[in-house]
Design a protein around this ligand. Sequence first.
Ligand SMILES: NC(=O)c1ccc[n+]([C@@H]2O[C@H](COP(=O)([O-])OP(=O)(O)OC[C@H]3O[C@@H](n4cnc5c(N)ncnc54)[C@H](OP(=O)(O)O)[C@@H]3O)[C@@H](O)[C@H]2O)c1
Length: 327
Amino acid sequence: MKAVAIREFGGPQGLAVIHTPEPSPGPGEALIHTEAIGVGGVDTMIRSGAYAAYGFRPGHILGGEIAGTVLAVGTDTDPAWIGQRVWGFTGLGGGYAERAVAPAATLVPLGPQLTAADAVTLGSSGLVAHFALRRAPFTPGESVLVRGASGGIGIMAVQLAARDGASAVAVTTSTAARGHRLRTLGATHVLDRSGHDGPDAPAPSPAGYDVIIDVVAGPDLPTLFTRLNPNGRIVTVGTVGGFPPADLAAPMIAAFQKSLSYATFSADTVPQAARNAATTDLFTAAEHGTLHSVVHQVLPLEQAAQAHRMMDDGEVFGRIVLTPTDN
Ligand SMILES: NC(=O)c1ccc[n+]([C@@H]2O[C@H](COP(=O)([O-])OP(=O)(O)OC[C@H]3O[C@@H](n4cnc5c(N)ncnc54)[C@H](OP(=O)(O)O)[C@@H]3O)[C@@H](O)[C@H]2O)c1
């Protein structure tokens, strides 16, 4: 079968299309004929070599989020999965391939109205956004700022906050065009990356927020504490802007009388059953049209390097999806 592996760490040119034997499902696993493969930020990090210390080596097949049809299952796995269209999570590798193995525990069936591309756009990103809002915790009527809203997680956080009754959903983005698209998804206020209103803002953004979902982190993260209302909460889910300064707690403690909270959130901490239930809800909402998947572009699997170039260049709004050409 065809797959895309890291030939050498570094830029996207280090990715190579390879021919490799089809994997076979072990106990508790399912073999999936992939129709759609999500390209995640973590894939570009692994490709760059930034995670080599975690044991990734050249030859590694990238990709974790897939959707397709179950072809076979291993021992201790319900054979009823065979023939079903599913979303699955392989972990941190094995997904950029015509066939991939995922733990059966991660599988979520796809409804007839949901495309495989939609599933890999909504699945992981929606899960992170959903549980990050729960971790805050966000309650209807509160104001929300989504920092780094143009990626998969941010787009889902905007939609979920708007759908679930936020009084305002502000977003940070680098371009007016993206701001316009985010408004169509539920954003009420569009800010620049530093969190200020653009010159053409139709109305001033809220003076403070109850909840900030932060995909960016980076050196400017402490400035967010000044943007919180009393009892305000920040949840950092990503570090696309780098790591924050070591004295991150100082501004929070300086604003002691506002009772502010800071948390990080990783979907890895959510029990599998809760993840599957949330993913099922997200897929159902998409089928009913109350959530929208934003697919930036669908590319053939062989063009994974091009997908990574677009990711590296910050061109992507939403998700790039790879699709094997044997479909
Ligand atoms: N918590 C979890 O469980 C979990 C799971 C998966 C991934 N992640 C993490 O989530 C992050 C990726 O999320 P994603 O795919 O939604 O994001 P993304 O697409 O990589 O980035 C989101 C947006 O942030 C803006 N941005 C990029 N660099 C920036 C900077 N230096 N300063 C300010 N804004 C910047 C860009 O939008 P504009 O150009 O419009 O500003 C970009 O589209 C990674 O850090 C990944 O490790 C977390």
